[in-house]
Design a protein around this ligand. Sequence first.
Ligand code: ADP
Ligand code: MG
Length: 261
Amino acid sequence: MTLALRGEKLSRTFSSAAGDVHACVDIDIEVAAGELVVVRGASGAGKTTLLNLLGGLDAPTSGKVWIGDVEATALDEDALAALRRERLGFVFQSFGLIPILSAAENVELPLRIAKTPPAERDARVAEALKLVGLADHAAQRPTELSGGQQQRVGIARAIAVRPHVLIADEPTGQLDSRTAATVMDLISDLVHSQGLAAVVSTHDPLLVQRADRVIELHDGRVTSVTGGSLDAVGAAPETPGADEPHAPRTRAEAREQRQGH
Ligand SMILES: Nc1ncnc2c1ncn2[C@@H]1O[C@H](COP(=O)(O)OP(=O)(O)O)[C@@H](O)[C@H]1O
Ligand SMILES: [Mg+2]
């Protein structure tokens, strides 16, 4: 198994006059290429903090992060920025698109920053927009697109650089539930077809069924891990009442339920 992303004993404490906030405590996480891991938890559980640590946007108080075989937490700021640019794609809850740029220009931006040659840029933009089903909307500006379409542009922008790792912090948080499901399906399809390693946070129980693995966070700690190979080694018991009783938590469980188990 190729590990694309690994966090080891990650902790992040924020200090303020009011006291310390332990936003992440001793979190271990491993994500293989082609695997979709969903980080689930209520608001304030520590999802954004964890994703920021994994994406090299914030430094842990203690613990280590590896992107592929590179220890991100051992790099200086410039080397970390270069690693982020080359290996990581980010998707944000609020889409993060630039309003005066067209969909294609938004997708092209990280390629410009990475100094990708123009001809290859054009090809990558076209490919990314096609992958998210927006080939016919390349010239439109964000305000001329629906919320779901805007997030598709956000996803196209993230994958245009051909990252190894995709990090998406509540990518469906601003979408209605039907659109959220289609965006989550798109992420799941891309992860599996492109061999991306993805970490996606959500507090929506309906979205976890696209996950290969679900990591539940509560007050900065992992309270359960379901699905994938970690099931075999015995995950911690789930928090009771945190969930609808029969909602499938992984793709495997959803499949079993459909088959009437
Ligand atoms: N920059 C910060 N400074 C101080 N406290 C923070 C900061 N970022 C997050 N926190 C705190 O850490 C905890 C986890 O926050 P966050 O990771 O944003 O949770 P989530 O994304 O699950 O809603 C919360 O108590 C939050 O208030
Ligand atoms: Mg958050």
